[in-house]
Ligand binder design. Structure first.
Ligand code: SF4
Length: 63
């Protein structure tokens, strides 16, 4: 089974970096204060870029 992309929403500070870098995998929630995963199977290169850029390291692949 492939690993699934997840965001620890307790840790997310809503900086929007991941959404800007990789809108195919992430978007902001309805309140605009946390990012959410919209494609947990996304394998685009930008996912790695977003993981590396997240200031609180709360984006992970798990499974
Ligand atoms: Fe949240 Fe990290 Fe995305 Fe910033 S880069 S919005 S802290 S998940």
């Amino acid at each position: 089974m492939a690993k699934k992309l997840r965001i620890d929403e307790d840790e997310c500070i809503g900086c929007e970096s991941c959404v800007e870098l990789c809108p195919s995998a992430f978007e902001m929630n309805a309140d605009g204060d946390k990012a959410i995963v919209i494609n947990e199977d996304c394998t685009d290169d930008c996912v790695e870029e977003a993981i590396d850029t997240c200031p609180v390291s709360c984006i992970v692949f798990e499974g």
